[in-house]
Ligand binder design. Structure first.
Ligand code: SF4
Length: 91
């Protein structure tokens, strides 16, 4: 999104990937496509809207942020524990 805005290149001509940062081996297998090959522009629009909403929430000081009140219950089953650095929390 940022590259497209900065360069003026069309999104359809770009290729973005999810990176699985929790993997111990860094190779091509940590890269996953955002969409399948037949994805339409509406899927990109949904992703863009979601990202902008998340960024707005993260940067809004009126929206309070606290970690999970019960980490032992929430973190071990959460998909974000490697990003959060809470993989040490066990039930
Ligand atoms: S690992 Fe998940 S549940 Fe735990 S603090 Fe992070 S986001 Fe919240």
């Amino acid at each position: 999104m940022l590259y497209s805005e900065y360069t003026g290149k069309a999104i359809r001509g770009l290729n973005a990937m999810f990176l699985l940062l929790g993997r111990s081996l860094i190779n091509r297998e940590i890269e996953l496509p955002l969409f399948d090959e037949n994805a339409g522009v509406e899927q990109y629009g949904l992703l863009k809207d979601l990202l902008l909403r998340l960024l707005a929430e993260i940067t809004d000081p009126a929206v309070p942020f606290t970690s999970a009140p019960d980490r032992k219950e929430a973190c071990p089953v959460c998909s974000y524990r490697y990003i959060c650095g809470t993989q040490w929390v066990v039930k």
